[in-house]
Design a protein around this ligand. Structure first.
Ligand code: MGP
Length: 201
């Protein structure tokens, strides 16, 4: 009898602890920022980046889901617009010191549904710190374009081939892509519009 009562009490305590934990926000390893760039109505002569806006910085799983559900799905974007998720403190620009010597893996998507899925899988992998080379990651960009939607995963040290290849391979698994994907250096993009890829995986 006494044992039964003790079990009941223990059960109640555990249930209360679980409920309490569920109420607490689940903190991420680091803070992340969503950005938005709407170039659908570009101002004549405006420099690149004029329409780029920092939208939200968050650090819990709950905030992430709320922001994702309400706003940050590429299928909600107008044409010629981008969403970005970058580590807080890094701007999604070549000029940012963390990106200046970097580059990006790119993948194109033909269907909106596919872009949404690949974007979400990538976001979860980033905030869940699933890349071994997490320090090398800057962020991800989803772009809606007439000639094909695309995702780009920006990384820090373009010349570190081993790190970039590791990230590229892992990213393909995460987004379930079997076709070849390519890596370009920002330095090359700065010099010319159509750049040659440096790595493929
Ligand atoms: P892009 O990102 O390489 O190609 O940038 P995208 O988005 O496919 O091209 P779009 O025309 O469909 O928008 C295209 C151009 O934007 C580059 O050639 C640069 O002139 C400018 N640009 C892009 N980025 C990411 C930067 C940047 O970080 N800094 C600066 N200064 N210009 C940029």
């Amino acid at each position: 009898m006494a044992t039964e009562a003790a079990t009941e009490v223990t059960g109640a305590v555990v249930a209360e602890a679980v409920a309490e934990t569920a109420k607490q926000p689940h903190r991420l390893e680091r803070k992340w920022t969503f950005w938005f760039d709407n170039q659908s109505k570009p101002k004549q002569g405006a420099a690149w980046g004029t329409s780029l806006r920092k939208a939200y910085t968050f650090e819990t799983v709950e905030e992430f889901w709320c922001l994702y559900d309400q706003i940050f799905r590429p299928s909600k974007l107008p044409g010629n617009a981008d969403f970005h998720l970058f580590k807080a403190g890094i701007e999604p620009k070549w000029e940012d010191p963390e990106c200046a010597n970097g580059g990006k893996w790119s993948v194109t998507s033909n269907r909106k549904v596919n872009l949404d899925t690949m974007w979400l899988e990538t976001l979860m992998a980033l905030i869940g710190e699933q890349f071994d080379e997490a320090d090398e990651i800057c962020g991800v960009v989803a772009s809606v374009r007439q000639r094909g939607d695309k995702l780009a995963l920006w990384t820090k040290t373009a010349t570190n081939e081993a790190a970039q290849m590791g990230i590229g391979r892992k990213w393909k698994e995460i987004i379930d892509v079997t076709e070849k994907i390519t890596y370009t250096f920002h330095d090359d993009s700065k010099r010319e519009r159509s750049v040659k890829s440096r790595y493929n995986v």
